[in-house]
Design a protein around this ligand. Structure first.
Ligand SMILES: N[C@H](C=O)CCC(=O)O
Length: 426
C-alpha cells in the first residue's frame, strides 16, 4: 500500500468519502485519490514524494503556478498582523478599486469567501432587483452548490449522478429553467414564452465544468440582447474564466458585458475568496445600501485580499496572457498530433489558458450532450496512464485543464512525450 492509499483509508474514518469536495475522490476515473503534500510552480508532489506536471492547478486559481514567491511573501507579511478582524480594512478597498478598474461593467463589488457564495448572492440580488423568481441556467454549467443552481449541474455533480441533487426542494427547483448551452434558438424561445418572469440568466461564458466548451459566435450576444429586451439581468459567472482567459476575463475576450459578474479562483491567488459585482444601480440593492441581505464573518479577509491583490498585479505584466495562450496552443496541438498519429479519435478546445480534450469522432464539441457522448472509458485509461508518467490531469473527463505561467516548454514537451506513450497503449 502506498502512502496515498494509506492516507485515503485513514481519511474515510471521519471525513465522508475521505474527501472535502467530491471531485477529489477519483470516482469518475476510478482508483484511489492521490494525496498531495506540496507544490511549487508547475509541479505538485504526492505523499510519496513523486513529482507531477500539474494541469489542475487547484482547479484554476494558480495561474502564476504554485507558491509564487511574491504571493507567499504578501501572505506571510499580512499574517503577522492578525488573521481576521470582522471589520473593514484598507486592503479590501485597494482590491475593490483594482477589480472595478479591470472588469468590464463593474462599478461596485462585494467580497465573499467562495465562488458558491458569489453565485448564490448574485442570484438573490437579481431576484431582489427584478422582483421575479425564475432563473435560466444551462445544462452542464456548474455555479457552485447552492440550491437554485444545483439543477442539471456539471462538475462533480455529474460523477455522482446527482446533477439535480436530493435535498433541493422541488418548490425551489421549479424556478430554475435549464436550457442547452450554445442553443441560441432555445434561448430565444424561452424568452418568448416567459421573458417577463425571468430574473436572470446565469452562464459560464466558457463552460469549464463540462470539460472546456466555448460559446459559439452569437450565443453570449443573444443572452445579452434577450435580457435587455425583457428586463432580466445577465449574470456572467467568471469564477473560472476571470483573469484566466484574459485579463478582462471572458467578457473582455468576447466583448459582452454582464449586469452582475461573479469571480473567485484566480482573484484569490489560492486563498478562499469570491466576489460579485456589477452596475451601480443593481449593486445598490445589496445591504446595507438596499434590502437584499448578504453577509459573511470572513468576507474580505485581509490575508486572502493580500494574496488576491498580489496575484492581480502580477498577471498585469506585459505579455502575460499572450505567453499563456501560446503555451496552451502548443500543448493542445501537440496532443492532437500525437492522438492522430496513434489513430485515436480525438479533438480539443481551448480559450486562453483553459483547455479541454475529448475522445470523440465529433470535429467540434459545443454542448453537454456531446461531452457526455465522448469515450469516457478511454479518457480514464489516458488519465491513469498520464498519472503514471508524472502528469496530473483533472480526474474527470468533464473538467477543464489549466496552464500556468510557471509551465515551461520543457514541461510541455515532457507532457507530450508521456501522451505519445499513453496514446499508443490505449
Ligand atoms: N469544477 C469544480 C470547480 O470549479 C471543481 C472543484 C470542486 O468541486 O472541488
Amino acid at each position: 500500500m502506498n502512502r496515498s492509499e494509506q492516507l485515503f483509508q485513514d481519511a474515510q474514518k471521519h471525513i465522508p468519502g475521505g474527501v472535502n469536495s467530491p471531485v477529489r475522490a477519483f470516482r469518475a476515473v476510478g482508483g484511489t485519490p492521490v494525496f498531495f503534500e506540496k507544490a511549487k510552480g508547475a509541479y505538485i508532489y504526492d505523499a510519496d514524494g513523486k513529482q507531477y506536471v500539474d494541469y489542475v492547478q487547484s482547479w484554476g486559481p494558480m495561474v502564476l503556478g504554485h507558491a509564487h514567491p511574491e504571493v507567499i511573501a504578501a501572505v506571510v507579511e499580512k499574517v503577522q498582523h492578525g488573521l481576521s478582524f470582522g471589520a473593514p480594512t484598507e486592503i479590501e478597498t485597494t482590491l475593490a478599486d483594482e477589480l472595478c478598474q479591470i472588469m468590464p461593467g463593474m462599478d461596485l463589488v462585494r467580497f465573499v469567501s467562495s465562488g458558491t457564495e458569489a453565485t448564490m448572492s448574485a442570484i438573490r440580488l437579481a431576484r431582489g432587483f427584478t422582483g421575479r423568481d425564475t432563473i435560466i441556467k444551462f445544462e452542464g454549467c456548474y455555479h457552485g452548490h447552492s440550491d437554485s443552481l444545483l439543477i442539471k449541474a456539471g462538475s462533480g455533480a455529474l460523477t455522482l449522478g446527482v446533477p439535480s441533487s436530493p435535498g433541493v426542494p422541488a418548490a425551489l427547483a421549479q424556478h430554475t429553467v435549464t436550457l442547452t448551452y450554445n442553443d441560441i434558438e432555445g434561448v430565444k424561445k424561452a424568452f418568448q414564452e416567459m421573458g417577463d418572469q425571468i430574473a436572470c440568466v446565469i452562464a459560464e461564458p466558457v463552460c469549464g465544468n463540462m470539460n472546456c466548451v466555448p460559446p459559439i459566435p452569437g450565443f453570449l450576444e443573444t443572452l445579452r440582447e434577450e435580457c435587455d429586451k425583457s428586463g432580466a439581468l445577465l449574470v456572467i459567472d467568471e469564477v473560472m474564466t476571470g483573469f484566466r482567459v484574459s485579463l478582462t476575463g471572458a467578457q473582455g475576450h468576447y466583448g459582452v458585458t454582464a449586469d452582475i459578474t461573479t469571480l473567485g479562483k484566480v482573484m484569490g491567488g489560492g486563498m478562499p475568496v469570491g466576489a460579485f459585482g456589477g452596475r451601480r444601480e443593481v449593486m445598490e440593492h445589496i445591504a446595507p445600501l438596499g434590502p437584499v441581505y448578504q453577509a459573511g464573518t470572513l468576507s474580505g479577509n485581509p490575508v486572502a485580499m493580500a494574496a488576491g491583490l498580489t496575484n492581480l498585479r502580477l498577471v498585469q505584466e506585459e505579455g502575460f496572457y499572450e505567453s499563456l495562450s501560446q503555451k496552451t496552443t502548443l500543448l493542445v496541438e501537440g496532443l492532437q498530433d500525437r492522438a492522430n498519429a496513434a489513430n485515436i479519435p480525438f479533438t480539443t478546445n481551448h480559450v486562453g489558458s483553459m483547455f479541454g480534450f475529448f475522445f470523440t469522432d465529433a470535429p467540434h464539441i459545443t454542448n453537454y450532450q456531446q461531452v457526455m457522448d465522448c469515450n469516457i472509458e478511454r479518457f480514464n485509461k489516458f488519465f491513469h496512464g498520464m498519472l503514471q508518467e508524472g502528469v496530473y490531469l483533472a480526474p474527470a473527463s468533464y473538467e477543464a485543464g489549466f496552464m500556468s505561467a510557471a509551465h515551461t516548454e520543457k514541461d510541455i514537451q515532457f507532457t507530450l512525450d508521456a501522451a505519445e506513450k499513453v496514446f499508443s497503449s490505449l
